[in-house]
Design a binder for this molecule. Structure first.
Ligand SMILES: [Zn+2]
Length: 71
């Protein structure tokens, strides 16, 4: 069963980016995903299967918007 991942969702990865960030926004889905580090703004492309293995938590786009409103 593939993970439900959509553009706008934020994923928390097990392994931090060299900048120290764990949160990435999904910019593009497909066989290859493009994700952007929310800490430093760097974006990378990687195969879906590799991304899925590294995900610790998924924050849905709707919840991301809610968090934004609270700040
Ligand atoms: Zn980063």
């Amino acid at each position: 069963m593939p993970m439900q991942l959509f553009v706008g969702d934020v994923v928390v990865l097990k392994k931090p980016h060299p900048c120290g960030g764990h949160n990435w926004e999904i910019l593009r889905t497909g066989i290859d995903f493009r994700i952007k580090c929310l800490t430093c703004g760097h974006s990378v492309m990687l195969p879906r299967i590799r991304l899925e293995k590294g995900i610790k938590q998924v924050i849905k786009a709707a919840d991301v918007a809610q968090i934004g409103q609270e700040q």
